[in-house]
Ligand binder design. Structure first.
Ligand SMILES: [Zn+2]
Length: 479
């Protein structure tokens, strides 16, 4: 029998606020454990939460980026459960009335649009650290603001699931609300997986795989889990509704616990927080300030003549994209500028370990370098070398025009070629009579004069032009 895989995502994204959601603690990644904590995020009795305004603004932006309807009124609820990383014994989240519902995200490579069920605001729990048979708790993360994004189960493979997660991460990053650094836990993906016989309407029993921390793991986990479920069905065994763990090393999923349903958390409205009310004015203001989103940017890059792959590099690297845009303000050949930046400029960043921000070739300088190359004042090969100097030492592109007077630029070669031909009327005559050997003599003379730094192809090109031009002149003179 053929089976169909059905996947939905739940994504937790840490919002880029300075402080935690309900207190003034400001944790940084990698900070010493339990140094960004206070009585509020440690859940001491008698403390009260105060909602961080920035959290709400980021959540609105996230919702808009995902095409959700933002609700002007939403509410917080308590999700009750006991776990050592949750000192209050409950998590404050939005269960009954989330801030956003009903969005949609397009996955370009699959030409598919997936519906977003909802997004809601919640606080993160602390982190358990298992070391040498001992478990320690770090509460720095307790109370970090999150949005949870829940998609409809409309994906049908691990590849699609990974592509959707990647696209959502790009949207959040572009909106400026999450770093999406998965290795730091800033973006964590849960996948819901079920399988059903092809053409069936009834969804199978689903399992949830928690906390996947790379897009590759999303794909692998879905593929493995769908295979495991199909094998069970083939053997006539039931699929249990479970929460699973994915082991990166072995690529295998294993059960963590039986899946709780909503009832077991005894959700009820959070009594310590009022209703969350957003004014229409605030919402309109944020909508108007939203940056250009990937869909629009992809169109823009396409019009500029960039390939889809080239565009994706800029979409995922804002600093590089900003640099590119600054270059094309001064040098409007977008395609040429993009190719040079994506290949030569990026290669040197990799080689030197510099970043777009701390390298020293300003965008205007790069534009000038490209322009001088187009005008033939700097050799293409030399421009690539100069780029490295400009990036490490700074300076002006024009200095290389002067510095290359000893033989590298086209203008000098042109002048020298004219001079040489003038001096060798005999050789010119032989060339005009069709001698190929004498052309080699001309090239050799110039190469000897200017040294091996000079591009022989360019020398031949220039010589041919001058010689043919001379021949034309002679013919006209004879007539
Ligand atoms: Zn705190």
């Amino acid at each position: 029998m053929n089976y169909q895989t059905v996947v939905g995502l739940e994504i937790h994204a840490e919002l880029t606020t300075k402080t935690k959601i309900f207190c003034a603690c400001a944790p940084r990644f990698g900070q010493k454990p339990n140094t960004a904590v206070c009585p509020i995020c440690l859940g001491y009795p008698g403390t009260l939460p105060i909602l961080n305004r920035q959290t709400v603004l980021c959540s609105i932006k996230a919702g808009l980026a995902l095409g959700c309807q933002i609700h002007l009124k939403s509410r917080f609820d308590r999700k009750n459960y006991f776990y050592p990383d949750l000192p209050k014994g409950y998590q404050i989240t939005q269960f009954y009335e989330p801030i956003g519902t009903g969005g949609a995200v397009e996955i370009p490579e699959f030409h598919k649009t997936v519906n977003i069920t909802r997004i809601h605001i919640e606080e993160d729990a602390g982190k358990l650290i298992h070391e040498n048979g001992v478990t320690k708790v770090d509460y720095n993360r307790a109370g970090v603001p999150l949005i949870e994004i829940v998609t409809e189960p409309e994906l049908s493979s691990g590849k699609e699931a990974a592509a959707l997660a990647r696209e959502i991460a790009l949207l959040l990053k572009t909106a400026g609300v999450c770093t999406c650094k998965m290795a730091e836990g800033a973006l964590r993906v849960d996948v819901n997986v079920s399988v059903m016989p092809e053409n069936s309407q009834a969804l199978g029993t689903r399992t949830e795989i928690k906390n996947l921390n790379s897009f590759q793991s999303v794909r692998r986990a879905v593929e493995y889990e769908a295979g495991r479920q199909i094998a069970l069905l083939e053997r006539g065994q039931p699929i249990l509704q479970q929460t699973m763990h994915f082991d990166e090393q072995s690529g295998i999923t294993s059960p963590m616990r039986m899946k709780e349903n909503g009832d077991s958390y005894r959700y009820f409205p959070e009594p310590d927080l009022p209703e969350l009310v957003i004014s229409q004015k605030t919402l309109s203001k944020i909508s108007a300030q939203m940056p250009k989103m990937p869909k629009e940017l992809r169109e823009k890059y396409k019009v500029m003549g960039l390939s889809a792959d080239e565009a994706e590099i800029f979409l995922h690297d804002k600093a590089l994209a900003d640099y590119f845009h600054a270059v094309i303000k001064e040098y409007p050949n977008c395609r040429k500028a993009a190719v040079f930046i994506l290949s030569e400029f990026r290669r040197r960043l990799r080689e030197t370990g510099l970043t777009v921000k701390n390298q020293r070739c300003r965008a205007e300088t790069l534009a000038k370098l490209l322009k001088l190359t187009d005008d033939g004042l700097i050799l293409r090969a030399a421009a690539k070398e100069h780029l490295l100097t400009l990036m490490t030492d700074g300076g002006d592109a024009a200095q290389f025009v002067r510095n290359s007077q000893n033989g590298c630029d086209e203008q000098t070669i042109l002048a020298a070629a004219k001079e040489l031909i003038q001096k060798e009327p005999q050789a010119l005559k032989q060339y005009q009579e069709g001698s190929k050997k004498v052309f080699g003599f001309f090239v050799g003379s110039l190469m000897r004069r200017f040294g091996k730094n000079t591009d022989p192809k360019m020398v031949s090109g220039v010589l041919k032009k001058v010689l043919d031009c001379k021949a034309e002149e002679c013919r006209n003179g004879e007539q």
